[in-house]
Write a protein that binds this ligand. Structure first.
Ligand code: PMV
Length: 337
């Protein structure tokens, strides 16, 4: 019996232009294009062992953030993973049983898109363990089919655009610029590290119920152009206001959806205001957020040491993770977890 063991690592990404609203939720086809920066330290590591031809349930294990022992993942974590493994096994016509073990280096489900890095690492490890090497575009497409759209962007390093493909086949991301072309810092300001109450999937579903959804769509072509140009010209200040406006808009849509979703906590607002003050004082800094209460504070690396203590000093901030532009997913032989 053939047994293949692979370990893959993929980083999370932070969207500058957001995916919020789907034309097909199950396979994550977006209403609009999005643009992101792949991170470096906020990563998921996944070991996949494939027992070809063996029957039985897949084993899905999780190593807690702060280390310790591998444990069986909770049901809500296991189910989408098991469904994705079945999707891959069926598509590549390889019957068999998986053992999956994963670990995140950041608090899961707190608006740091652990599903993006998690599903990209899983897709890379599992496809290799099946004996099916995927190129970056295929990895992007298969990661997206997990239902986590932002995973489409974690298949690439650096600066990434995920267009609104005309059809399922085209819906994969591509790289706008590499991580060595432009480095930007992301000070991930954690104001709450408990799991979020409303999933992004539910947020996508409710988004079109907001009366402001069409207005946001109308703004996007201009915003996309501003961010694409800023990345091409490595001009942080040219995109700072637009990135911030776009993120506030996502939350405006969430707050005005039916039923409404409030991801913000009081400390979230304190961080957003402080970042605006710092920018007014002349620092190259702006904020952006995913579907959670935490704030990604983007700035140029040369001012990171100035910005960091300002964020840590805000009452209610739990901790600040210092991250920056990172590279593409990697894989190697062997099950490390
Ligand atoms: O990838 P999902 O389905 O978890 O959705 C991601 C939604 C946001 O993080 C809020 C925006 C984005 O583009 O990453």
């Amino acid at each position: 019996m053939v047994v293949r063991e692979i370990t893959a690592e993929a980083a999370s990404n932070i969207a500058l232009i957001k995916y919020w609203g789907a034309t097909d939720l199950a396979s994550a086809l977006p209403v609009n294009p999005s643009i992101s920066m792949t991170l470096s330290r906020c990563r998921s590591r996944c070991s996949a062992t494939f027992h070809e031809g063996e029957s039985g349930e897949d084993e899905i294990l999780l190593l807690p953030e702060r280390g310790g022992q591998l444990e069986t993942a909770p049901r809500e974590f296991r189910e989408p993973i098991a469904a994705h493994l079945t999707r891959l096994r069926t598509a590549f016509e390889r019957p068999g049983r998986f053992r999956i073990a994963t670990h995140n280096t950041f608090p899961a489900a707190a608006g740091i898109a652990s599903s993006a890095s998690g599903f990209t690492a899983l897709t890379l490890a599992a496809s290799r363990a099946l004996g099916e090497p995927l190129d970056a575009e295929q990895l992007s497409q298969w990661s997206r089919r997990s239902g986590s759209g932002s995973a489409a962007r974690s298949a690439f390093g650096g600066w990434v655009e995920w267009p609104r493909g005309p059809g399922e086949g085209e819906a994969h991301a591509f790289q706008l610029a590499g991580e060595d072309d432009w480095q930007v810092s992301d000070l991930v300001t954690i104001v709450a590290s408990d799991a979020k109450k409303v999933s992004s999937r539910e947020g996508h579903r409710r988004a079109p119920t907001s009366p402001y959804f069409p207005q946001r769509q109308a703004q996007l072509p201009r915003r996309l152009e501003v961010v694409r140009r800023a990345i091409a010209e490595r001009d942080f200040s040219a995109m700072a206001e637009t990135v911030e406006e776009e993120s506030i808009d996502l939350h405006l849509i969430a707050m005005s959806s039916n039923p409404a979703i409030f991801y913000w906590r009081p400390t979230t607002l304190a961080v957003l205001e402080r970042v605006r003050e710092l920018r007014r004082d002349g620092l190259p800094v702006c904020s952006t957020m995913d579907a959670g209460p935490n704030v990604h504070v983007l700035c140029l690396p040369e001012v990171e040491q100035q910005v960091l203590p300002e964020l840590e000093a805000i009452e209610g901030v739990e901790r600040v993770l210092s991250d920056r532009t990172g590279g593409a997913p990697v894989w190697r032989e062997g099950a490390e977890l």
